[in-house]
Write a protein that binds this ligand. Structure first.
Ligand code: ATP
Length: 303
């Protein structure tokens, strides 16, 4: 059973079309990164999966049922982009309230407070919490009831680097246990090591979808090779004609950068190794490079 399936989904607020022909799937034990510029429709897509709104056209199935059904909603965890809690209640009271709504066991409240590092602050009113503490409480709320589908909208906002690393460790553990996870984030280098698939929304459509190797293949962005040699000029002379390359830049007398097509990468590396360089670094296109490519930001000079 898939965590969700969206098939030919169209949605607009009023007459203005926003999402067009969206097709997306998530399987258990996978992390999907959902990316796009501000206003691309990421939060709207999540709200459709939650059943908070209905699509104008198309089909959505969630955990084998229909979005919004109470028994389905209980199996989903959601961290919204801006978490807001009633400020007069303590963190523990808030979690108890959500635990009752979700039918989660009361003992989970204590466990989750500990898991997100709020044991000591658990009995303080939320109005005294810092931004990061509110975000941690939001995460604990999303994890109540051991959700089979977890959707996190900008989960690292406000978290310090240690808490961010802990969050990703936790997500990896949940993935191993079979939870399907959707991560929306603008911090692309942060999420890159953890996602199994990326979906990039542009102009209301899923413009690119796949794991990073397949997106690299589709994008055909050059691979950059940085070579260090005792004698850069001799290395360049030796390479002339033997390595098909798109551009060459001599950074200094010892270091040369070559841009090669992805399909020429191995041939180029073999030629370079034959010249016995001191060092060779391979820079594959990152998620950020791929994002800029698919959204056209690399041509417009900004993300
Ligand atoms: P961000 O990265 O800024 O969080 P997003 O990709 O999550 O953006 P959405 O929040 O899904 O984007 O919004 C998509 C578009 O829909 C935006 O143009 C937004 O102004 C519009 N929109 C969102 N909610 C409503 C609403 N309740 N009524 C009308 N328009 C809305």
């Amino acid at each position: 059973m898939r965590c969700f399936e969206l098939d030919g989904v169209h949605f607009g607020y009023g007459r203005q079309p926003l999402l067009q022909d969206i097709g997306l799937n998530l399987y258990p034990g996978r992390i999907l990164g959902l990316f796009g510029h501000n206003g691309a429709g990421k939060t709207t897509t999540i709200k459709l999966i939650l059943g908070l709104m209905r699509p104008d056209r198309g089909r959505i199935r969630v955990l084998g049922g229909m979005p919004g059904q109470p028994e389905i909603a209980r199996r989903i965890g959601y961290l919204p982009e801006n978490v807001v809690f009633y400020p007069q209640l303590t963190g523990r009271e808030i979690l108890r309230h959500f635990a009752r709504l979700k039918g989660a066991h009361e003992s989970q409240v204590r466990e989750l407070l500990a898991q997100v590092g709020l044991t000591e602050a658990g009995d303080r009113r939320v109005k005294t919490y810092s931004k990061g503490m509110k975000q941690r409480l939001g995460l604990a709320q999303a994890l109540l009831g051991q959700p089979e589908l977890l959707m996190l909208d900008e989960p690292t906002v406000g978290l310090d680097p240690v808490a961010t690393a802990e969050l990703y460790r936790l997500l990896c553990r949940l993935r191993e246990q079979g939870t399907g996870i959707v991560l929306c984030s603008h911090v692309l280098p942060g999420v890159e090591p953890y996602i199994d698939q990326a979906a990039i929304l542009v102009d209301g459509r899923v413009w690119a979808l796949g794991d990073l190797p397949s997106l690299r293949e589709q994008a055909r962005i050059p691979v950059r090779l940085t070579v260090r040699s005792r004698d850069g000029e001799a290395l360049l002379n030796r390479l002339n004609g033997s390595v098909p390359r798109l551009s060459t830049l001599a950074r200094d007398s010892h270091t040369i950068e070559l841009d090669v097509r992805p399909q020429d990468k191995m041939a180029a590396i073999r030629s370079l190794m034959a010249a016995e360089p001191e060092d060779l670094q391979i820079h594959q296109p990152t998620l950020e490079d791929l994002y800029c490519h698919f959204t056209g930001s690399d041509r417009q000079g900004g993300a």
